[in-house]
Design a protein around this ligand. Structure first.
Ligand code: ADE
Length: 234
């Protein structure tokens, strides 16, 4: 097993390639057909996993990453939709996560709640969240709602925001969080807003993806530059 310090989970090739230029001593490792890139960013040993889109891909990747690379912490990163309030290309850090598409309301459970959960919200690890906050003082901090849907309607965006108090949405982070928690690994989320999850979300997503992904790569590299010092001071 190769041990790394930080595991990074990314959904799309565009998000992945914006991080690649920061990696030194780059080595590709394939596990059951899935590509992991191991190397260093700003002296921190990392494994980056290209998960693919959606909760199943994210959960599978988090399990494989945890069990094969034993990271000290896992970061879910890339782009996200803002649920009404967040400007495009702004930085978002999660303090909580919810799966907005979990629905056992027919059995009297609140939305987002599975048996064994007291609340729909999974909290990110405070130590990691605080380290991420040091990278950007202007970042918005709040709940990210994850589901297997690209949100592209103001109504749906409003519904998710009101139901869970969420500020942003994506298709992976809460699945990463659920698995990281089960594996006992601290985790955090930092993303850049690519669209507002409204009617024009798919167009905005295409227009802003490259810029948002590139900013995201820089922010992750900055986070890693401060990681070791941040750990000492926490
Ligand atoms: N990731 C980026 N934008 C998104 C959106 N509108 N819905 C879900 N995931 C996203």
């Amino acid at each position: 097993m190769i041990k790394v310090t930080v595991g990074l989970i990314i959904a799309m090739e565009e998000e992945f390639s914006s991080l690649e230029s920061y990696i030194s001593g780059r080595r590709e490792i394939f596990i059951k057909g899935q590509r992991f890139v191991v190397g260093k960013i700003n002296k921190v040993k990392i494994a980056v996993a290209l998960a693919g889109i959606g909760k199943v891909n994210a959960a599978r990747t988090t399990t494989t990453l945890s069990q094969n690379f034993s990271p000290e912490c896992i970061i879910s990163t890339g782009v996200a939709g803002g649920l009404g309030k967040l400007p495009k290309l702004s930085i978002f850090i999660a303090d909580g996560l919810v799966q907005h598409d979990i629905d056992l309301t027919s059995f009297g459970r609140a939305k987002g709640v599975l048996p064994g959960m007291d609340s729909p919200i999974i909290r990110t690890t405070i130590e990691i969240k605080n380290m991420l906050k040091k990278v950007s003082s202007s970042a918005n901090i709040g709940i990210i709602a994850t589901g297997d849907q690209f949100i592209a309607s103001e109504e749906k965006a409003k519904e998710i925001a009101e139901e869970f108090g969420a500020l942003a949405c994506d298709m992976e982070s809460a699945a990463v969080a659920q698995v990281a928690k089960l594996e006992g690994i601290p985790f955090g989320v930092i993303r850049v807003i690519s669209d507002d999850a409204g009617q024009n979300a798919h167009e905005d997503f295409s227009v802003f993806l490259e810029k948002a992904a590139s900013l995201n790569g820089k922010i992750v590299a900055d986070f890693l530059a401060h990681y070791i010092e941040s750990k000492k001071s926490n």
